[in-house]
Design a protein around this ligand. Structure first.
Ligand code: DGL
Length: 274
């Protein structure tokens, strides 16, 4: 029998962005077993409406809960910005998002904070509010970056066009002389070499995944939900193109995961055995 401690943590993103959160889970919580859901049939999330995001998140968390996870981490800033509060009020398990942990970390590091995010996250102002809530004396600039996620999901990180687009997105932040840059989308840490080459060396980079997982670790401890046994291998489920997801993951994780597909219709109907 699986005890509560041995249950998996459910994490989800539109695609491979959540792997940057998974990587952090492996680093900080190596005993935890994970169920990863990538909503590849509906990516990108960052150009969808709030209503669509609310619906997607409701369906995914409903499925994760049915499948028996002990906690949910939104490994997606767009979902965290638009749907965290609603999800927390609906579901009866701990659900954590990236925005507040990322914002709190940012004000520890700087005073002139730039946030790069999807258009939906930037338009929601979730980072601006959370950062100013943590420290009203700092300044915040947000840039919506619609092309980044499609370029990353199409494996075009090394395309000169990606560099050109990054330069365009960062120009207003360079002009404001930011001292800190927040990755407001879990896909963006893959762009680190490009972004570092464009920004002054003194700029601090904040990956909210690091701080989300710290919060998750504390929560597991206070709820007596940490797993002390050997973890089960991570289970990967996507809503489309499992082969493509496995190929991209190989570059990001260093191993080619076994990836199952589930149709969106089945997501509503079925749980999986985990
Ligand atoms: N990686 C997600 C985020 O952090 C979603 C990006 C997208 O699908 O547009 O916002």
């Amino acid at each position: 029998m699986t005890t509560d401690r041995q249950k998996r943590i459910g994490i989800f993103d539109s695609g491979i962005g959540g792997l940057t959160v998974l990587r952090e889970l492996y680093r900080q919580l190596p005993n935890e077993s994970i169920l990863y859901f990538g909503d590849t049939a509906r990516l990108p999330y960052g150009t969808k409406t709030t209503e669509e995001i609310l619906q997607f998140v409701d369906e995914i968390i409903g499925w994760l809960v049915k499948s028996g996870v002990k906690m949910v981490l939104m490994a997606c800033n767009t979902s965290s910005a638009l749907a965290l509060e609603k999800a927390k009020s609906k579901f009866d398990i701990p659900i954590l998002g990236l925005i507040v942990p990322g914002a709190n970390a940012a004000v520890e590091q700087g005073k002139r904070i730039g946030v790069i995010a999807t258009p939906a996250t930037a338009a929601s102002n979730a980072y601006r509010y959370a950062i100013l809530d943590a420290d009203a004396s700092v300044q915040v600039w947000q840039v919506g970056c619609p092309y980044f996620v499609p370029l990353i999901e199409q494996n075009q990180l090394h395309d000169p066009y990606t560099y050109q687009i990054a330069e365009e997105y960062l120009t207003p932040l360079i002009q404001q002389q930011i001292d800190t840059l927040v990755y407001g989308c879990t896909h963006y840490p893959y762009l680190e070499p490009i972004l570092r080459s464009l920004l002054p060396k003194s700029v601090n980079f904040i990956d909210p995944a690091v701080y989300l997982v710290k919060v998750a670790a504390k929560k597991l401890e206070t709820m007596n939900l940490q797993n002390f046994n050997t973890p089960k291998p991570t289970k990967f489920v996507v809503s489309a193109s499992p082969q493509k997801f496995a190929d991209l993951s190989l570059q990001r994780l260093g191993y080619r995961p076994v990836v199952e597909a589930i149709s969106l219709a089945n997501l509503l109907e079925q749980s999986i055995s985990i």
